[in-house]
Design a binder for this molecule. Structure first.
Ligand code: FE
Length: 350
């Protein structure tokens, strides 16, 4: 079954998942193969195929990949229990990693390589998961209508200047939940709630679509400002498609809070699955993700920022890398996730 049809099958039917399962049989008597890992991933980026190919080339270890939505991944792995064939679990966003951790999907792991390479703020304090790339959640704005100083702070998009001019995605999106968690941590719940109410009052339309859709809406004039993760914008800017390039040309990116705490930064990352049958190979894979080679692929192919400090990025990513980022530990985003959803609900942000 091809990867695409496998992903489609997963989307259509949980009962059909057996057809997509990694070839190795799981179970107490199954002999683990040293030559492969079973990867459950909620990252949704085609660029990741380059990562897996590079790992296999470097180690000879085959990667059997299952791509799922985060909640689907968590439910499936929980249901598999001790018989789960998963060796490594990858998620986009620290909030999603925290959900997976809370569901018991990981086992703690610390290695000298991981500890030396991955900054403390970008990993779980107990070693359940590690951040392998960074992304900022920034304000995309219509350069023809908005001055950069009007979007220098997150709270400005909640003010009267942008009445009817804001596009956002839904509040249950984990990127938005993590941003709210950070705002609560900095501002306290009362101010964060006022911000959410202000954004709701300013919405140009009901929350809809993904981050790319928000950028396109700004380009189309449906709104003047929107929230997006950086790599989506950089992907449009690097696209060979003229319409994508045109969207990126009309839309600017503001990195808020440069005169204060710094812009909200999140991670994508992963950890060792709780019942990993191919543990040694899985650890090699996780360490590979922290290598110079993998970090370069994450930056080059998916326009994310390296998690490892001091590594170069390709010019198009580097051009948007010179900003002050909020040093907050990303584990906070998980700890405050339920509170964040409560604040959005109270504000009426669907
Ligand atoms: Fe994403």
């Amino acid at each position: 079954m091809s990867r695409l049809s496998c992903v489609l099958t997963i989307a259509l039917s949980v009962t059909a998942l057996a057809a997509c399962s990694p070839a190795k049989q799981a179970g107490p008597n199954a002999a683990p193969s040293a030559g492969e890992i079973n990867l459950y991933t909620a990252r949704h980026y085609d660029a990741d195929l380059q990562l897996y190919a590079a790992f296999t080339k470097a180690t000879g270890i085959k990667v059997n990949r299952l791509e799922m939505q985060p909640d689907q991944l968590i439910e499936r792995t929980k249901a598999e229990g001790e018989a789960s064939p998963a060796d490594v679990i990858l998620m986009a966003d620290a909030g999603a990693l925290w959900r997976a951790e809370a569901a018991g999907l990981f086992q703690p792991l610390t290695t000298p390589t991981l500890a030396a390479r991955i900054p403390v703020a970008l990993r779980d304090p107990k070693g359940q998961w590690w951040g392998f790339s960074r992304r900022a959640r920034v304000i995309a704005y219509d350069k023809a209508a908005v001055k950069p100083e009007e979007v220098a702070h997150y709270d400005q998009i909640a003010g009267p200047r942008f009445k009817g001019k804001v596009c956002v995605r839904s509040s249950d999106n984990v990127y938005n939940l993590s941003l709210m968690a950070a705002l609560i941590e900095h501002w306290g719940e009362a101010k964060a709630l006022n911000w959410a109410k202000g954004v709701v009052a300013n919405m140009a339309r009901a929350p809809q679509g993904g981050d790319i859709d928000q950028i396109r809406a700004v380009e189309a004039g449906a709104c003047q400002v929107a929230l997006t993760n950086t790599y989506y914008y950089l992907r449009l800017a690097a696209s060979p498609d003229a319409a994508d390039k045109a969207a990126a040309a009309r839309v600017g990116l503001s990195f808020p809070e440069q005169d204060g705490v710094g812009t909200h930064v999140n991670i994508s990352g992963g950890g060792l699955a709780a019942h990993a049958p191919n543990k040694a190979a899985a650890i090699k894979f996780l360490e590979f993700l922290a290598s110079d080679e993998a970090q370069a692929i994450l930056a080059g192919a998916n326009h994310e920022y390296p998690a490892v400090e001091g590594l170069p990025s390709p010019p198009d990513v580097a051009a948007y890398s010179k900003f002050k980022s909020d040093p907050m530990a990303v584990s906070i985003y998980g700890q405050r996730q339920a509170q964040a959803q409560g604040v959005y609900d109270q504000a009426g942000w669907r």
